[in-house]
Design a protein around this ligand. Structure first.
Ligand code: TXA
Ligand code: MG
Length: 343
């Protein structure tokens, strides 16, 4: 049994990085912050180390991992052919929350990273702790989000601890992550490129720089029998109590809270700050009304907070799918299993 050591972000000393590097070089896993969510990393060339990620998370092994690099130049070591569009994306959006799916060079990365695919997703994270770690390690880190499979991704070190204490030896604490939603996954092996998972780099931002980009609708994604991003087919981001979506409308929300309580429910409400006076049993703010950035940053924390209450049902207010709204609604629909409140 391993003891989970959490390194205080205020310590932030060279010793902490040195310890993390030693643990990783010994073939173990380390959790670290990125600008999106916390990742659970292992050296991407050591198959036995990468397998420990799947064990700790309880993750199905057919779901490939994202490879994180500390410098743009490293891409050439792992990618067979870097297209012009891919180069443009790296120049414009790296470091940042954009994962590029590209053809992988055979036999350079551990087999369990790619789960048998001929492509790999790579990104250079934009977080000082992640970059310091990668640059000191001088090796690529395979890292999915550092949550138990199916739970909301961790946006704070304590979320990682809640899920993985006893399963992993080390967490580098970098405070609360900024974006709060996982990176955009863009398949650039396609012409035009396809967004396999919406995230902080939006369709609008991409199209302004590289021209048309496909963002399949939810229906198209669920209709596909073998989704291109294998992770998209699993239940995700779900707290313990069922989640119901509802329009961000004060009157509708008050009525729904009232009806559900009449049925005997303890209701948790996830809504903008202006809903604070609702009669819900538990209320978690997702930021100022209308700010998608605040909503993205607060969402997973709020979903996780519901698990610490006695709520029997969770009402979550929705937003439009413009900009980061596409990523927010993608995660909310998954958390709710597509269910909406109906009176
Ligand atoms: O922001 C993020 O991307 C975080 C941080 C830690 O970097 N990582 C993350 O990883 O969210 P993970 O493993 O939870 O999600 C990776 C997603 C999954 O949906 C997976 O199926 C997809 O990317 N993916 C990975 N490699 C792929 C590939 N070669 N082709 C298609 N999809 C791929
Ligand atoms: Mg994940």
């Amino acid at each position: 049994e391993t003891v989970c050591k959490i390194v205080d972000r205020n310590v932030n000393s060279q010793t902490n990085y040195a310890q993390a590097v030693d643990i990783l070089n010994a073939g173990e896993v380390v959790a670290f912050p990125t600008e999106t969510v916390y990742g659970l990393g292992a050296i991407a060339t050591i198959d036995t180390a990468v397998k420990k990620i799947f064990e700790a998370k309880g993750r199905p092994s057919d779901n490939p991992l994202i490879v994180h690099i500390g410098t743009k130049e490293e891409v050439e070591l792992y990618i067979e052919h870097i297209s012009e569009v891919a180069k443009k994306c790296m120049d414009l959006f790296w470091p940042g929350p954009l994962t590029l799916v590209m053809p992988v060079k055979p036999n350079v990365l551990a087999d369990s990273v790619t789960a048998g695919l001929t492509t790999v997703g790579i990104r250079m994270p934009d977080h000082p702790v992640a970059l310091d770690l990668l640059q000191q390690l001088k090796k690529p880190l395979a890292a999915p989000s550092a949550n138990r499979s199916g739970k909301p991704s961790p946006t704070e070190a304590v979320h990682v601890q809640d899920d993985l204490e006893g399963y992993i030896p080390y967490i580098l604490d970098g405070g609360t992550t900024g974006i709060g939603l996982e990176s955009t996954v863009l398949d650039v092996t396609h012409e035009p490129p396809v967004i396999l998972r919406p995230g902080g780099i939006t369709k609008e931002m991409l199209e302004a720089k590289i021209g048309p980009v496909l963002q399949p609708s939810k229906t198209e994604q669920t209709l596909e029998t073998t989704p291109k991003a294998p992770g998209m087919k699993y239940t995700h981001y779900a707290p313990n109590a069922p989640v119901l979506l509802i329009d961000c409308d004060l009157k509708k929300v008050h009525e729904a809270v009232h009806q559900l309580q009449k049925q005997g429910h303890k209701v948790a409400l996830l809504a903008p700050a202006s809903f604070v006076d609702s009669k819900a049993d538990y209320y978690f703010s997702v930021g100022e009304a209308g700010s998608k950035e605040e909503m993205g940053a607060a969402l997973y924390h709020a979903l996780r907070a519901c698990d610490k209450t006695a709520a029997t049902i969770i009402l979550a207010t929705t937003t439009s799918t413009e900009g980061v709204g596409a990523a927010i609604m993608n995660r909310l629909e998954k958390a709710a299993g597509g269910k909406w409140y109906t009176s």
